[in-house]
Design a protein around this ligand. Structure first.
Ligand code: COA
Length: 161
């Protein structure tokens, strides 16, 4: 069974992430979407909230599992028997950082390769931070996040802001 992992902060999941999830789930027998910790970020939503948003938006994809992990991605891949890490590439500016992560992950776990899916053009400049910023300032996020979570993101950000 070919198992792939799609890691990220997903704070929160956006339509750009969902585009990658849908396309990657068609390429592998199983796709594990895993909420992880990026040391450079302080998340707005809890791990449980981010997992719940992902579960809600991917429920129709039967080979997609949602998980969370607090350690190294390379170790998680070994633990789950995954052969591939999937990442989405947006603008050229993503490339150097992604290249560095892919090489590091392969050094840590030689059995895992990273593949990149080109983000669909309409999501090229989308990011979770942008979604949070729009919602915080009272803007509608319907064009950026899946409809199942739009209202909740909007109200949650307004409440916190
Ligand atoms: N559509 C829309 N937005 C996208 C996107 C897409 N297809 N792909 C990425 N993005 C956005 C994300 O929303 C995120 O936005 P933000 O910066 O506003 O939060 C940004 O691009 C960066 O995404 P990504 O590169 O996936 O980083 P991340 O912070 O989501 O995830 C981890 C990075 C968690 C995978 C990484 O830190 C990790 O592996 N941590 C575990 C510890 C570890 O193993 N460290 C060693 C790594 S070599």
């Amino acid at each position: 069974m070919k198992i792939a992992i799609y890691p990220g902060s997903f704070d929160p999941v956006t339509l750009g992430h969902l585009d990658i999830i849908e396309r990657a789930s068609a390429l592998f027998d199983k796709l594990i979407v895993v909420v992880m910790h990026n040391v450079a970020k302080s998340p707005m939503f809890t791990v449980e909230e981010r997992m719940e948003f992902l579960r809600r938006t991917t429920s129709r994809l039967s080979n997609v599992e949602i998980d969370a992990f607090g350690g190294l991605l390379a170790g998680y891949a070994a633990q789950r028997g995954a052969c591939t890490i999937v990442k989405g590439l947006r603008a050229m500016s993503d490339f150097e950082y992604e290249f560095q992560m892919a090489l590091t992950n392969r050094k840590l776990n030689p059995n895992v390769d990273t593949i990149f899916l080109m983000t669909s053009a309409e999501y090229m400049y989308l990011s979770s931070s942008m979604v949070k910023d729009i919602a915080l300032h009272g803007g509608k996020v319907a064009d950026f996040v899946p409809p199942e979570i739009e209202e909740e993101i909007f109200h949650r950000m307004r409440k916190d802001g």
